[in-house]
Design a protein around this ligand. Structure first.
Ligand code: ACK
Length: 820
């Protein structure tokens, strides 16, 4: 504001012949506008200027609003300093300065413009309030010494410029009101940012809040759908040495529209619907999950209509997979393969429909065609991507990025543009040769490619052999001396099968890392267990599982199809089990699927057979050590398959029992001697099987639930108490209904109780269990089971546990073959 003293105001007023305010569209030095003394109305009757009070406030402001539309203020002169209490006056001084005074003749606002000889201030029909020499052309902006359009508040009107005058350094932007009752500058500003290739941003304070993007010749890149409004709005964006500015004009002069930066950070375009006498919201931003600043981080791509919204660019993988899986994409993605600029093998992959990345540090060369742009990018080792700078008509100009690509999105409507992302040859896939246009180049490329392909093939064969060796080395069991013949999968094939470990394909998470569904070669369903890189425990378990599962084949054990050890990744590839884990069927009450008795019985018998195979019929005696409902997978016919051999141990020769200081397994399924003393044997597996059997029959969890509050009984104790009283039938899961034979159920429960006996020697072997389940012979009477009171170690949240047992009670000297 120009500094004007009280004396000079009195002087200027004295030079003004004061007469009552009246209508019309013009103020002259002799014709002030007093509060309560009328308003100015533009010649066409569209806009009105005068004093007003916003919302509930009593403060007085000079503003402009639509003459025929109530309560839509589009400009405020003294937004920072209202006239309080007393009536104010707006007048134009003899030198052309506009001044608002309070009744005390104190200037609270003034315009600044070069002095004029014979000034007038006029409200034009486009909403612009201008100061010019009387008699000059009111249609010619060059005749305006000052105009309200240069000092927007929160509203952009057609014809108003947003952006920079580079000569005068005037920056026109939209700043929200503080509240509906206070037009003082609020928190949000929509402005053109000049860094790199200029872009539209909304700032919250000084922080970038939303990126509207750079101008692509038709629209701002992050508002691609605005393309569909181009029949109504003629949008102009100018970047030259004089200015960087945006404006628009309405193609239909009778249409009424405004763009507003509102108090909650939304940039909103409204159009007036005459028949309904109401404003309609035409579009607004930010509007969706992709509209925060770079939600998917560097090299991540945000898909507004997808959930999860973040994907990595082709050739990139999540930088922090665990956060990424938790849907925090902010760390973004990193290259799978480093660029190889010097050997000239890099190429480009096209991202269609892109809302191009942040151009704050991009460079633009308007002289280059898209083809030349590509060549320029390839020559520059720092260039990471390029795109056309102007997509209107035949594409022209070249934007190049030399940093990570941030705040990148894709629109499904097809209104985005093509972005060409530089990748190393290894990550290009089929797109590597697409730029070879000229015949000579094609021929040389074909020759070179042939040599390369042969070289690569030889290299692949060699690598495969080498990797196979690695896999063997990883899974080699010193104790047995057996080599594994386990197919080794290529990482690229797994990435392809799982759609780059897409979150859509994620089946769940185990203690070692996530499990993904995949389709190998487009037809064979697989499950991929991806070892978390951070888990050392997981690495040991991985080796164990490779070694064990590869050697085991039984219809009730999940089949391992192969492994993948490449680029720091370790994965196990299994046959896919469409019916997931038993855990979900038994305990997930949100699943409205109940298992009938016959299915439950088949599952119990199947698990028993699988376990018998492990204990007795396979080449080695294997103790699973983590048998539980979530480790039983169900195939399409609900046949059970025991999975997860990460914790399993192999017994050599005559060994029957071993002791470990590192107790691994799951509370609730662990036998007393294993949980307390670290002693494990086939009988500790039998105990776990017994718990599992009783859970299957009752549909109730053993761990973490108290079934008899007075005596703190867990499921085992509860079943035992009912059993003693001859009320075994009350245990049956209600959802089994009448589908069961009570005799069979009671037999099963008896077998279950026998399996969970306190002392290992009182438990049957699995071969006895299988016989007992499949015959009618008399069964021994069970005694009180072990662990009947729900006082197991506290819940940890994770079902599988691992703790040290310091007991050395077992002094047997056994050779424990570590699964390595
Ligand atoms: O209960 P679920 O759906 O079944 O969630 C878990 C998750 O992965 C973590 O272990 C699922 N899962 C594991 N292996 C397979 C497989 N081979 N086929 C289908 N789902 C599997 C399991």
């Amino acid at each position: 504001m120009t500094i004007i003293t009280k004396a000079s105001i009195l002087c200027l007023l004295a030079a003004t012949v004061v007469s009552p305010s009246i209508g019309g569209d013009t103020l002259t030095p002799g014709r002030p506008l007093a509060d309560g003394g009328g308003t100015l109305i533009s010649a066409g009757g569209r806009f009105e200027l005068g004093f007003f009070s916003p919302g509930a406030s009593n403060n007085r402001y000079i503003g402009i609003w639509y003459h025929d539309i109530a309560q839509t203020v589009v400009w405020v002169a003294n937004r920072k300093r209202p006239v309080t209490g007393r009536p104010g006056t707006l007048f134009i001084a003899t030198n052309g300065t506009l001044i608002i005074t309070d009744d005390n003749s104190t200037a609270i606002w003034s315009s600044s413009s070069p002095p004029l000889a014979n000034p007038v201030a006029q409200l034009l029909d486009d909403g612009n309030f201008v100061v010019r020499e009387a008699g000059s052309d009111s249609e010619d902006p060059n005749s305006f010494a000052w105009q309200s359009f240069d000092f927007p508040t929160d509203t952009h009107l057609p014809g108003m410029k947003l952006g920079w005058n580079l000569t005068s350094h005037l920056n026109r932007n939209l700043t929200s009101w503080t509240s509906a009752s206070d037009p003082a500058p609020g928190n949000y500003t929509a402005a053109i940012d000049l860094h790199g290739y200029p872009q539209l941003f909304i700032f919250s304070g000084t922080r970038k809040y939303w990126r509207g993007g750079s101008w692509n010749g038709i629209v701002f890149s992050s508002v691609p759908e605005a393309i569909y409004a181009s029949d109504r709005f003629n949008i102009v964006f100018i970047i030259d040495s004089q200015e960087v500015m945006y404006t628009n004009y309405l193609r239909n002069a009778s249409m009424i529209s405004r763009l507003v930066m509102n108090q909650s950070g939304k940039l909103q375009r409204f159009v007036w619907i005459e028949e309904r006498s109401s404003w309609n919201l035409f579009w607004f931003r930010p509007k969706d999950q992709c509209d925060s600043m770079s939600p998917c981080g560097p090299n991540g791509v945000c898909y507004p209509s997808d959930w999860p919204m973040c994907h990595c660019l082709k050739g990139f993988r999540p930088k922090d997979p665990s956060n990424w899986d938790l849907r925090d994409g902010s760390d973004g993605c990193v290259r799978k393969t480093a660029l190889d600029c010097r050997n000239g093998t890099d190429g480009f992959v096209t991202l269609n429909g892109a809302m191009i990345p942040d151009t704050s540090s991009s460079v633009v060369d308007w002289s280059l065609s898209l083809e030349q742009c590509r060549a320029r990018c390839l020559r520059n080792c720092s260039c990471t991507a390029y795109a056309s700078a102007n997509i209107s008509g035949s594409e022209s100009g070249c934007i190049m990025w030399t940093t990570d690509l941030t705040d990148l999105g894709v629109v499904s409507s097809g209104s985005g543009q093509d972005l060409y992302v530089r990748l190393a040859a290894a990550d290009l896939g089929s797109e590597s040769g697409d730029s070879r246009r000229s015949r000579v180049v094609v021929i040389s490329v074909v020759i070179a490619m042939t040599i390369l392909v042969l070289g690569c093939a030889a290299c692949c064969v060699w690598k495969r052999k080498k990797r196979r060796k690695n896999c063997l080395a990883e899974g080699h069991n010193e104790g047995t001396g057996q080599d594994l013949d386990l197919p080794l999968f290529d990482l690229a094939a797994i990435i392809d099968a799982t759609d780059d470990f897409s979150i859509h394909n994620k089946l769940g998470e185990g203690g070692y890392g996530p499990v993904f569904k995949g389709k190998l070669g487009g037809e064979q369903d697989i499950a991929v267990k991806r070892l978390s890189k951070t888990s050392m425990q997981g690495l040991e378990e991985f080796k164990n599982e490779v070694m064990l599962t590869a050697k085991l084949q039984h219809r009730n054990l999940v089949r391992l199809l192969g492994c993948c050890i490449q680029a720091g990744e370790r994965m196990l590839i299994y046959e896919y089990m469409p019916n997931r884990s038993l855990d979900a069927f038994l305990f997930d009450k949100s699943e409205d699927i109940s298992l009938d008795w016959q299915t439950r019985r088949n599952i119990i018998v199947g698990i028993a057979r699988g376990l018998l195979y492990l204990h007795q019929d396979s080449r080695f005696r294997i103790i699973h050590r983590d048998l539980k409902a979530s480790n039983i997978l169900l195939d399409k016919d609900m046949n059970p398959k025991i999975s997860d051999f990460g914790m399993a141990r192999v017994f050599g020769g005559d060994e029957t029992e071993a002791n470990t200081r590192r107790v691994v397994g799951t509370y609730g399924y662990m036998s007393p001697e294993y949980a307390m003393d670290g002693i494990f044997s086939v009988k500790s597996d039998v105990f776990s099987f017994g718990v599992l059997l009783l859970e299957i029959v009752s549909g109730k969890k053993n761990r973490g639930v108290i079934y008899h509050s007075a005596s703190h009984l867990n499921l085992l104790g509860y079943i035992w108490s009912l059993w003693k009283e001859g009320k075994g039938s009350e245990l049956v899961d209600g959802s089994i209904g009448h589908s069961c034979s009570l005799a069979e159920v009671l037999r099963c429960i008896t077998v279950g109780l026998l399996c969970v006996q306190e002392r290992p020697e009182d438990r049957p072997t699995m071969s006895s269990v299988v016989i007992m389940l499949n015959s009618d012979g008399e069964l021994p009477q069970p005694q009180q089971p072990g662990f009947v009171v729900a006082r197991a170690p506290p819940e940890t949240g994770s079902s599988t546990t691992n703790h040290d047992s310091s007991s050395t009670r077992n002094s047997l000297s056994v050779t424990l073959l570590e699964g390595r």
